[in-house]
Design a protein around this ligand. Sequence first.
Ligand code: ADE
Length: 244
Amino acid sequence: MRLDVVSLFPEAFTPLLNLGVIGRAFAAGLAELHLHNPRDHAVGRYRKVDDQPYGGGAGMVLKPEPVFAAVEAIPRLEPRRVLLMTPQGRPLQQVDLRRWASSCAQLVLLCGHYEGFDERIRALADEEVSIGDFVLTGGELPAAIVINGVVRLLPGTVGSAASLEEESHSALLLEHPQYTRPADFRGAAVPEVLRSGDHAAIARWRLEQQRRRTRERRPDLYDRWLRSGGQPAPEDPSPPAADP
Ligand code: ADE
């Protein structure tokens, strides 16, 4: 997959290239990262990328011309999606990452600017993406999150295809607890079932833990899981009504 990032701070993305599983995916050529700075496309003596807002107000606004020029200079691969990172976007979900990883040859990520961008920049984007209901100084960290989440799903990136397969079946449930040695750590013992060698019992225990954790910590996700066909735990007091 080809990833193109348009950002005033392209250096923010170089750590991705050296980081664990994702770094190895880039090194192996499973994904290519291309960085584009609108400043390189700005004209005039000062290569201005921002300007004062029409109508007045504090702060500067990212100008449309250098962003359009940067995007228009990017080679096109199809299918491609252009994502604009903004707190006004649709909240990012695992299904989005899976959709982009499985259906795009190219993703273009446009990073917003802490004081705002010209409204006409929105026309470049196929989708606007938020990573949560909080405001950061720019779209760089959100774009890095999307890149991490997409690249780990590319075939060949994560060691075991089985673990991604498992994850996709239970994507709406939180992970079950995991343990490694020692069997007893400062009095906290590993649950007996995990040491039993009974694989069916282990699978039942894990699913039960996932259900319980999700119901307690993320009732919103648990409802979605039930609505998508998940079977409620026997002790579940009030299963929500199914979607029509
Ligand atoms: N830019 C600033 N804050 C953001 C957020 N929460 N999501 C996406 N882009 C952003």
